[in-house]
Design a protein around this ligand. Structure first.
Ligand code: MGD
Ligand code: MGD
Ligand code: SF4
Ligand code: MO
Length: 739
């Protein structure tokens, strides 16, 4: 049989590398980085090759499952939708719309069918109980960006190609391959920066893979980043280093920031951060002195009590040192499709609002239409009007990925209905009544909706399906539309394609007014996400405007370009990128100023003797890639790393099994003793704990690991963004007899 070559954007992490797959018939015979990809230029990590395992995994679901008498049985799609309709409508009717919750997880960001259609399901459900992985991840950054720049996704990213000084705080892109920053081959690019005389500085409780390649590493006590960043900001004012440059006329609130950070002197915060005052000053001064440079913060700065404040201060520092919106600094990509900061009137907007509603039990404010995912369990458990009685999970595994997962698992069992759109029968979906399988990513076309808004270079890339799906296997966008139709009372028999035609026609009428018919005609016979993509590309900033700009982009052109279309290096975008009411950068949003004042109390809070932090490994990804043989082989990855001092105190030795204990759980894991973590910190990866009865993950179950989130506290969160605290939670280390 002939060998064929296919181009496919890797859906496994935010680097979005272009892959070249070679196939023979239905076999994948090779996967490598696509040298001709205009964006990733051949880069690939060990996970890329595991796409073959995803596609071929015998545990990956291909048929809907219905749980009957405690056992899952295969069902047809029609039976599955009928079952959902039969059970959902009485719940909605008797208990109201909020009785049905929905949770959407990380892989939905990597499948445009899910990302572009999830909103339709949420809207049809009409529930305020919308949860997602965002409140385990980036909601603090979305909130601070929304308040400062006017849209939740207007997140500036380092322009590494021209940067000479990169300060990385609470991120490990050498292992994670970047996040809220699509930067394939971070390692190669960071090395190139150092080779041209640039400097990499890392602030992290652990000497990570990124720290190991840096010029300097400072260990920081978990959870104290807001203090460090406030003290750096204070230093800029104190030493007269503030330089707004080109942004001077585009910034509000500089004086308010100066007043707010005044009490946070380096001397005041040094002990709590574990970083000497002189070092804090140096961090601020060298950032200010760098001709081109920036601060980049990620998960480590978000998963803490003051996550929103820390996320905000990262961009305050960039703005005050003249590095925001400047080449080599923190810049906004100009995405070819779907970016809100390219739509509507340039330079001004409505800003963002929070707290339009609140969670029923704890009263936590809504942010970006969502409630904190750590509150899902109490919403199910607590009786009263609006109690959650049904749940849809869409590519979401909160039993492993959210603090308090074991409590949530018990709550899920008590639901009247749970429906999962997922590819595995796993720790979360085993509680479902109906599981609707997603297709293999290789059976769908793809375009990244979110990541070009965060990419270190502008580009437009599309990948076609590699394999034909089974004829009966609905694409996920149609699954979501079917569920939406059921929720709206249109019935399980509704035709998702016809519903989509209607919705697109309405969208086009709004967008194009009198030209709507011509636009619809131009979109031709395309359906589903491809049609939305063509519409977005053509009406986007590089678009052909449906023929008005014949040289512009459309989907046909992107499809015809092997490896995508390069749209050039990042360009300054202020003021055009802004969507705040004032049309300015809001450097001092009142919500953040008020919370910064609260952070003072952190300084004198007694710090626990030992706290746990997370860890990412390049051969793993969140909770669902442990069933892939290519990634599962090799050394055990779910291990605790402790500092020699803490190991000696607990009387444990390298390689032994130890217990990590607190009020929430007791976990037994192998320990590595190493000074790569600072004293008082133990590092354990998340996403493990594949020993739950009823899951069908045969490879993962061989070495299940333990669930870090069982140790974390679902009551701890950043009250502004609702993001869970993932770091700095107290644990004790104990030797295990015979361990
Ligand atoms: N303690 C701690 N907890 C953390 C983190 C941490 O650092 N520390 N990190 C957090 C972060 S950043 C994130 S993003 C979350 C992620 O948490 P989740 O959003 O739960 O994501 P995953 O763990 O990747 O699980 C994804 C689910 O999607 C399913 N899936 C995979 N591919 C597909 C597909 O193509 N279609 C469908 N329909 N389903 C699919 C998988 O089977 C799995 O059930 O975890 C968070 N949890
Ligand atoms: N290989 C691999 N790649 C991934 C993933 C994966 O699971 N595996 N997950 C993907 C996802 S969903 C995401 S969101 C990204 C995350 O991307 P990153 O944020 O780059 O990934 P992490 O490794 O979680 O980095 C967080 C760092 O913060 C440190 N840290 C912990 N607590 C603190 C603190 O209080 N302060 C500071 N300053 N640092 C702290 C940790 O030691 C860690 O090094 O990675 C993505 N890429
Ligand atoms: S870094 Fe690895 S997992 Fe991430 S997109 Fe590239 S090949 Fe895929
Ligand atoms: Mo994430």
């Amino acid at each position: 049989m002939d060998e064929r070559s296919h181009y496919r954007i890797c859906p496994l992490c935010e680097a979005c590398c272009g892959l070249e797959l070679r196939t023979r018939g239905s076999q994948i015979v090779g996967i490598r980085g696509a040298e001709f990809d205009v964006f990733s230029r051949g880069y690939v990590c060990p996970k890329g090759a595991a796409l073959k395992d995803v596609h071929e995994d015998p545990d990956r679901l291909r048929t809907p499952l219905i749980r009957r008498d405690g056992r899952f049985v295969e069902a047809s799609w029609d039976e599955a939708f009928a079952e959902i309709q039969r059970r959902l409508l009485p719940i909605q009717q008797a208990q109201g719309r909020d009785a049905v919750a929905v949770s959407v997880g990380n892989p939905s960001a990597h499948k445009y069918g899910l990302l572009l259609y999830f909103g339709r399901l949420a809207k049809a459900l009409g529930t305020k109980n919308v949860f997602s992985a965002s409140t385990l991840d980036q909601m603090p950054k979305q909130l601070s960006s929304g308040l400062m720049f006017g849209h939740w996704l207007s997140i500036p990213v380092p322009d590494l190609a021209r940067c000479q000084h990169l300060l990385v705080i609470g991120a490990n892109p050498a292992a994670s391959n970047g996040s809220l920053w699509t930067v394939p081959d971070f390692r190669g690019k960071a090395k190139a920066m150092r080779a041209r005389g640039g400097r990499l500085v890392v602030i992290d409780p652990r000497r990570t893979e990124t720290a190991a390649m840096a010029d300097r590493h400072h260990a920081i006590h978990p959870g104290s980043d807001a203090l460090l960043l406030a003290a750096m900001t204070q230093t800029l004012f104190d030493e007269g280093l503030v330089r707004l440059g080109r942004l001077t006329d585009h910034v509000n609130g500089v004086d308010a920031v100066r007043d707010a950070v005044a009490p946070f002197t380096p001397e005041r915060v040094a002990a709590r951060c574990g970083i000497a005052a002189a070092d804090i000053r140096t961090l601020a001064c060298e950032l200010a002195a760098a001709e081109r440079g920036c601060v980049y913060g990620r998960l480590g700065t978000c998963g803490q009590r003051f996550g929103s404040v820390a996320s905000w201060l990262v961009d305050v520092l960039n703005a005050l040192t003249g590095h925001l919106d400047e080449p080599g600094g923190a810049m906004w990509p100009l995405s070819a499709a779907f970016a809100h900061n390219t739509q509507g009137k340039p330079g001004v907007g409505r800003g963002v609002a929070v707290g339009r509603h609140a969670s029923r039990v704890s009263g936590a404010p809504e942010v970006f239409g969502e409630l904190p995912i750590t509150l899902l369990a109490e919403e199910i458990e607590t009786p009263g009007p609006g109690q959650v009685r049904a749940l849809f999970t869409i590519a979401s595994n909160p039993v492993l990925s959210a603090p308090g997962g074991p409590r949530l698992a018990r709550a899920l069992e008590a639901l009247d209905l749970m429906v999962s759109v997922d590819i595995y029968l796993n720790e979360t979906t085993r509680h479902a009544d109906v599981i609707l399988p997603g297709r293999s990513p290789l059976e769908d076309s793809h375009y990244d909706v979110a990541f070009p808004q965060l990419s270190d270079r502008n580009h437009a890339r599309y990948s076609a399906p590699v394999f034909e799906p089974a004829p009966s296997h609905l694409p996920e966008w149609q699954v979501l539309l079917k569920l939406a139709a059921i929720a709206q009372g249109l019935g399980a028999g509704a035709d998702p394609v016809a519903l989509d035609d209607e919705a697109v026609a309405e969208q086009v009428r709004k967008l194009a007014g009198p030209h709507a018919d011509a636009v619809l005609k131009a979109l031709g016979a395309r359906k589903g996400p491809e049609r939305l993509l063509d519409l977005a590309l053509r009406s986007g900033p590089y678009g052909d405007r449906f023929g008005m700009k014949p040289d512009g982009l459309n989907l046909a052109k992107v499809q015809a370009a092997p490896g995508g279309i390069d749209l050039g290096e990042l360009q300054p975008r202020v003021p055009e990128v802004l969507r705040t009411e004032s049309g300015k950068i809001e450097l001092a949003p009142p919500l953040l100023l008020a919370d910064l004042a609260q952070a003072m109390a952190l300084i004198d809070e007694p710090a626990p003797a030992l706290v746990v932090i997370g860890r990412r490994d390049v051969r793993s990804n969140n909770s669902w890639m442990h069933n892939l043989p290519t990634l599962a082989k090799g050394p055990q990855r779910c291990t605790a790393i402790v500092h020699p001092r803490d190991a000696a105190r607990a009387g444990v030795q390298d390689g032994q099994r130890v217990r990590l204990v607190n009020e929430h759980a007791a976990l037994t894991v192998p320990v590595t003793v190493s000074d790569e973590v600072m004293p008082g910190v133990v590092s354990l990866p998340h996403g493990w704990g594949h020993d739950q009865p009823g899951a069908q993950l045969r490879v993962a179950a061989e070495r299940p690991g333990v669930n870090l989130n069982a140790l974390l506290d679902d009551r701890l969160r950043d009250p502004l963004s609702g993001n869970a605290v993932l770091s700095g939670v107290a644990v004790r280390l104990q030797a295990v007899a015979g361990g």
